[in-house]
Design a binder for this molecule. Structure first.
Ligand code: MN
Length: 322
């Protein structure tokens, strides 16, 4: 069995349930209750699910939307810190089984940058996860330059995880099933990544590192068209240093989180390169055994399976490659 690192594995911290409860608009309330138990467990249940599929290290992140949904800035700053302080000793005592992505109070970009630095330098985190937009602000906004600058200096990847847009788009009217993981989260998160590219975040911060889940939120399938159509877009005055597809091969990594399917896996690897795709489960929202069984039998060379299963994540996150 291929040894693995998994990057989009979720937990719940005390006091953060109220934010998670907001996803009742997106997912079945039955799943919500079941997931909470698994999210709060850092013991036998989680470890045996990891062991069964060869996951040596699970990189844990708060189950969203967390403080990205908090309207009060001071509360967001306090609760993000509490969340990061909660996970830190669990990681430290796990014997290398758990790593972590920091939770950031994006309401205040300077505070988010400071919290990222504290988490990386003092608490052993390997990056951060941001659950989509914050009170209508996306990470291409100029005010987030302080965060990208710090992340670049710390060599810390930022994982953009799906959540809802700031307003309810008419396109989902009368179709609540489309509003959430079935479709709208893909649209929202893929769009967020494109805002970063066309907002020139990666021109300004060429060493910034972005991670997308869900096999790249369908974007690997679109690279040729992005390159082909963007020069005739209605932003004639906008220049990019590189064709859009080039940023995917320089600044963006994708994970298999929540997608156990050969065709999009092959598409992601063939479009982006085998060095940019990383195994993940999206525990507990995806079954670990299904993700592991699928990955072991997926149509990959041995080299690709080692890169995607383990080595790419070890390199990107600076984990012991042994
Ligand atoms: Mn997830």
């Amino acid at each position: 069995m291929q040894k693995k690192i998994a990057l989009e594995e979720h937990f719940m911290a005390p006091g953060m349930e109220e934010y998670f409860a907001l996803t009742a608009i997106n997912i079945s309330p039955t799943l919500f209750g079941k997931a909470l138990e698994s999210l709060r467990d850092f013991g036998e249940r989680r470890l045996s699910a990891m062991d069964a599929i060869g996951v040596q290290t699970a990189i844990l992140s708060l189950s969203g939307p967390g403080v990205q949904a908090e309207p009060v800035t001071a509360t967001a700053i306090r609760k993000a810190k509490e969340c990061n302080d909660f996970l830190a000793p669990i990681m430290a005592d796990s014997g290398g089984r758990f790593g972590g992505l920091a939770h950031l109070p994006t309401q205040d970009p300077k505070a988010a940058a400071d919290e990222l630095e504290r988490c990386i330098k003092e608490l052993g985190y390997v990056g951060a996860m941001v659950n989509g937009q914050t009170n209508g602000a996306y990470l291409d906004d100029d005010r987030f330059s302080v965060l990208w600058e710090r992340a670049e200096a710390l060599e810390a990847p930022i994982y953009i995880h799906p959540y809802n847009p700031p307003d309810f788009p008419y396109m989902y009217h009368n179709h609540p099933e489309l509003y959430g993981p079935v479709w709208s989260w893909t649209v929202e998160t893929g769009n967020h990544a494109l805002r970063l590219i066309f907002g020139r975040v990666f021109d300004r911060f060429p060493k910034a590192k972005l991670i997308l889940g869900h096999m790249g939120e369908t974007l690997p399938y679109q690279l040729w068209r992005l390159d082909s159509r963007w020069p005739i877009s209605n932003r004639g005055e906008l220049r990019l240093d590189l064709p859009p597809s080039a940023y995917f091969k320089r600044n963006i990594w994708v994970t298999t989180a929540g997608v156990c399917s050969n065709e999009p896996l092959r598409c992601a690897i063939d479009a982006l390169g085998a060095d940019r795709v990383m195994f993940s489960v999206d525990y507990p929202f995806e079954r670990a055994d299904e993700a592991g069984t699928w990955f072991e039998a997926a149509p990959l060379t041995d080299v690709e399976r080692a890169l995607v299963g383990h080595d790419n994540a070890a390199k990107l996150l600076g984990l012991d490659p042994s």
